[in-house]
Write a protein that binds this ligand. Sequence first.
Ligand code: NAP
Length: 315
Amino acid sequence: MKYRKLGNSELRISEISLGSWGINEGVERQNAEACIYKAFDIGINFIDTSNSYAAGGAESFLGEVLQGIERSSYILATKVFFPTSPSDRGLSAAQIKKQIDASLNRLRTDYVDLYQCHRYDPDTPLEETMTALTEVVRQGKARYIGFSEWSPEQIQSALDIADVERFVSSQPQYSLLWRKPEAEVFPLCAANGIGQIVWSPLAQGVLTGKYQPGQVPLPNSRAANEKMNWYLLEELFSDDTLTAVQKLKPIAQDLKLSMPQLALAWVLGSEYVSSAIIGASRPEQIVDNAAASGVQLDRDVLAAIDQVLISVVRK
Ligand SMILES: NC(=O)c1ccc[n+]([C@@H]2O[C@H](COP(=O)([O-])OP(=O)(O)OC[C@H]3O[C@@H](n4cnc5c(N)ncnc54)[C@H](OP(=O)(O)O)[C@@H]3O)[C@@H](O)[C@H]2O)c1
């Protein structure tokens, strides 16, 4: 496993990192636990979660499993914004103060390495949010701050505020099929010391090539899981996309790579990306995916990939 510096922070995170979105909502507990241990075994040192995943259940699970593992040996990121009760949501000072304590309590730790705004909150003045995040860092409850899916204008507005903590990370969706942040978010962030930790780098499993166009998804796959498939089916699951993805198989085979390795190597080929946050429902997937770290795709391969996907890429 190779490691990269996260923006202007002191954090060196593994190129492949592990998300915890599915825990309690599709990934069985036993498998989820095995995934964490396997991830650490093979050098993954960065775990991403949120106070909203499984309504706090993902953080509670991590709190249990990570007990007994030396705290300084892994880097832990969580997020705040989405509702956790009918009256709890957003990025007001009161919410941030309340939610960071609730997250730390569930995670059974004194600090997170990275505290991220899961989305932008249009209902709270940005100065209020930034001041509250700064307080969280100054109290030692988070080492660094980040955001997920903010627009270039929102990012710039935060950068323009004086005397507050600076963001070090951005968490956008990014994959062979979803390239929207390339145009503006990536360069703006790079110019300001903000690294990219990207979500759904396998397009939720579509880029593994396991879904055949026109066929019912395999049982035990995310596409068949009603708790988790809503966004996948809406955005990434058209027959056109699945057909194009099948055409990547000979490219992967020629390189002796698995399909997930090809897709992840492509994401890591971006100079802007610090880590690809994968999901996994079984530990074998982590072993397969982690082998993408260190793989470089040459120019001809990149061109062949683009040729195959040209009509289905979202830019
Ligand atoms: N900031 C945000 O708004 C946001 C949004 C979404 C996610 N995230 C973060 O990003 C993390 C990753 O997202 P994601 O789970 O969508 O990422 P992903 O890596 O694109 O998809 C992961 C899923 O693909 C399947 N898969 C993975 N490796 C495979 C392999 N080798 N062979 C076959 N199938 C494989 C598994 O599902 P099945 O086995 O069930 O098919 C797995 O759960 C989340 O856990 C979360 O931490 C953040």
